[in-house]
Design a protein around this ligand. Structure first.
Ligand code: HPA
Ligand code: ZN
Length: 362
């Protein structure tokens, strides 16, 4: 069993560079440091401008007059108030090219933010319920990922998420429908309305996914209690927890997550926009890192929450003076540790992290 001592440490040269890096150069480090994004819903990257242009292309009527009117509706009080608008926005996605264009736009932004590895959630049920075949969704997304590997140097894969407000039977049907495309996704996840939909509801479909050799993650402890995180670990046997920030309400769970180096894919701007924390200054990321957790920074739904990867990194560090260059290195190293990629690629990205630190520190 790994313990907190297995948390990665910079070697002595890199540690010295991190310690001498002046605070005014921190934003440059945050922008340039190579990183993995492990919690991004591709439908949450759909910008208002693209929603309007796809609506026009596909003849879909929108309940908003303009991009500005739509953007003005992005004032959320909790997860559900966001999900209602997020599912409405996805209604413009009909054809393979629409899914491609959405993912390609995201991947270009990710590349510009120093993202080397992206593990991208998609919600097939949001589309199949509207009559869009799952093959159309996967073909469009996959084409963009293939192009990104070749043209952007971003290594990306897909994770299929089940909507937890729907039944386990519907999740089984979705997994069955996706099996002809098994080579096009690497894992399964669980998202949508958390409260009242515990991980235990999906125990059997996750067992099936594991038997198929798929990676397993689940949203837990975003709005839901620590008990949902424990269920995700024990019943779904997840390899990462998405969000997970409410673990802080259960010190024994925090100790377990640290001891197991169980990654948490934390999404700081999302947490503030959905009122998990009143302000960024109150975010618990510093405490999670201090406790030895494998916490990472991610954008969740960047078109809705005020920014992509680098905006999340910049805003988080700006609001939390406890976070400095050491923590930037730790968060980047954690992101590659937590990624579902082979050891050689992870080692290459880690070496690149160190090279960038030495360059920025001068
Ligand atoms: N939580 C749950 N479901 C979601 C989210 C989220 O932050 N984003 C998109 N679907
Ligand atoms: Zn999410």
């Amino acid at each position: 069993m790994p313990d907190i001592h297995t948390r990665p440490h910079p070697d002595a040269t890199v540690a010295a560079a991190l310690d001498r890096l002046p605070r005014e150069r921190l934003p440059e480090l945050l922008r340039r440091i190579p990183k993995a994004e492990l919690h991004i819903h591709i439908e949450g990257s759909l910008e208002p401008e693209l929603i309007f242009s796809l609506a026009a292309r596909n003849g879909v009527a929108l309940p908003y007059d303009s991009v500005e009117a739509l953007r003005a509706a992005y004032a959320f009080s909790d997860l559900q108030s966001f999900l209602d608008i997020y599912y409405a926005g996805a209604s413009v996605l009909l054809h393979e090219a629409d899914f491609h264009d959405m993912a390609w736009a995201y991947l270009q932004r990710a590349a510009a933010d120093g993202v080397r590895r992206a593990e991208i959630f998609f919600d097939p049920q949001t589309h199949t319920e509207r009559g869009v075949p799952i093959g159309t969704v996967i073909a469009g997304l996959s084409a963009a990922l293939t192009k990104a590997r070749a043209e952007l140097g971003v290594d990306a894969d897909l994770i299929l998420c089940f909507l937890r407000h729907l039944s386990e039977e519907a999740a089984f049907e979705t997994l069955d429908a996706a099996l002809p495309y098994r080579d096009h996704f690497i894992g399964i996840g669980l998202d949508s309305s958390e409260r009242g939909h515990p991980p235990s509801k999906f125990e059997r479909v996750f067992a099936r996914g594991r038997a198929l050799g798929l990676h397993v993650v689940a949203h837990a402890g975003e709005e839901g209690p620590p008990a949902y995180i424990i269920e995700a670990l024990d019943l779904l046997q997840t390899e990462r927890i998405d969000h997970g920030v409410r673990c802080v309400d259960d010190p024994a769970l925090v100790a377990r997550l640290a001891a197991e180096r169980m990654p948490l894919t934390v999404c700081p701007l999302s947490n503030v926009k959905l009122c998990v924390y009143p302000t960024m200054a109150e975010h618990k990321l510093p405490a999670l890192l201090d406790a030895g957790l494998c916490a990472t920074i991610n954008s969740d739904d960047p078109a809705y929450f005020g920014g992509y990867m680098n905006q999340n990194w910049l805003d988080t560090f700006a609001a939390l003076p406890q976070l400095g260059a050491r923590e930037a290195w730790q968060l980047a190293a954690n992101s590659f540790e937590a990624a579902f990629a082979d050891a050689d690629r992870k080692a290459a990205w880690r070496a690149e992290v160190d090279r960038v630190v030495l360059e920025v520190a001068g």
